[in-house]
Design a protein around this ligand. Structure first.
Ligand code: FAQ
Length: 328
């Protein structure tokens, strides 16, 4: 009895010492900019943070197909339809790489999907706004993919290997998306009076929600400090937002369109643009699921998942048959 008690105690202390040692080694590897890989030891909170961020990112890519999908049948030419179709397929691929990266952390695709459908997992606020005109296809590529690239380029160096590697290809494709959006806007902005008006209207509606994509301000971002320490995030929400504004304002000038912010002004001292107040009440309402088309988005995802259950079942039955054949 005495021996059992003693060994238990020793085992407990031993585990604690081992964990402290592993945690120190983990922190040192992160500090040395080494990638953490799936089979490496990691703190539970690091694993949970990654599952939260990567799965939310994956959900954003998948839900993000819906606003553009809405315009596939109404693209103004075959060329535009082919480009839009290719872009939407890319977004689907991004979702799949990201779900696969999250799965390496021990969570299943079904669990992640269930969390989205039950409202426990988030997706980007931007996809809760409706696409009202063809110019929105230009504005989404130019602004939404433009914002996504700025946020995602640093993620190629995020500390978790599978996430970082998924981002390399995603960023390449996002660049194409941003360019096709800008080119679409260029054509509209230099088109007829009505097309120009449509382009300006799209910019007016998508500008502020695009700024919100970067997340709450730094002084109100509960996850930032730890995520920056773990090098999951490399830049703060406000830093990336400012970068986006600084690169996008000259692009709007090239298009001859006006950014809907009367307070937008070059600040020579800071070498950056000052900008007006973001409506954070609107942001938090959309995060809570009160966005203009939030209910439709989730309904569409649930209907797709349930309606296509037979495809998953057929794929599993086929795989089982193949396994049996191989074994026979
Ligand atoms: N929407 O403490 P923080 C795309 C939540 S991909 C909804 O600052 P964090 C491609 C946040 O989750 C776009 N929720 O959080 C495409 C947290 O709540 P939680 C997606 C938001 O994680 C283009 C709470 O607020 N990109 O567009 C948002 O440190 C065109 C407090 O915030 C990514 O996901 C938001 N905008 O920083 C597809 C990139 N912002 O989780 C189709 C990876 C914040 O504690 C068509 N993610 N929240 O319950 C990230 O970089 C980070 O997760 C941030 C948020 C920057 C989004």
């Amino acid at each position: 009895m005495y021996t059992v008690e003693l060994s238990k105690e020793n085992f407990g202390d031993g585990e604690a010492v081992l964990d402290a040692g592993r945690a120190a080694a983990f922190e040192a590897r992160v500090a040395a900019d080494e990638f953490i890989e799936p089979k490496d030891w990691m703190p539970e909170a690091y694993r949970k943070t990654l599952i939260r961020q990567i799965s939310q990112h994956a959900h954003s890519e998948i839900v993000g197909m819906l606003p553009e999908g809405n315009w596939l049948t109404r693209a103004p030419s075959l060329r535009r339809k082919a480009i839009l179709l290719a872009k939407i397929q890319d977004e689907c691929g991004h979702g799949l790489y990201l779900y696969a990266a999250a799965e390496t952390l021990g969570v299943s695709r079904e669990e992640m999907t269930e969390a989205l459908h039950a409202g426990r997992a988030k997706y980007s606020t931007i996809f809760n706004y409706p696409t009202l005109s063809w110019a929105d296809m230009g504005a989404i590529g130019w602004l939404v993919d433009g914002a996504a690239i700025l946020n995602q380029v640093p993620l190629q160096r995020t500390s978790y290997g599978p996430y970082a590697r998924a981002m390399v290809r995603i960023c390449k494709e996002e660049s194409f998306h941003q360019r096709q959006g800008f080119e679409n806007m260029m054509q509209l902005a230099h088109g007829t009076k009505a097309q120009r008006k449509m382009a300006q209207d799209a910019l007016n509606r998508w500008w502020w929600p695009s700024l919100m994509m970067f997340g709450p301000p730094d002084d109100n971002s509960p996850n930032s400090a730890q995520s920056m320490r773990w090098r999951i995030k490399r830049d703060s929400n406000d830093e990336l937002r400012q970068k986006f504004i600084d690169v996008t304002v000259p692009q709007a000038e090239i298009l001859g369109l006006t950014i809907p912010d009367p307070e937008l002004k070059w600040n020579a001292e800071r070498g950056s643009y000052d900008y007006g107040k973001i409506d954070w009440e609107e942001f938090y309402a959309v995060v809570r699921g009160e966005g203009p088309v939030a209910k439709d988005r989730l309904k569409a995802r649930v209907a797709a998942w349930e309606g296509q259950a037979w495809v998953r079942e057929a794929a599993l039955a086929h795989a089982a048959k193949q396994t049996m054949k191989a074994a026979a």
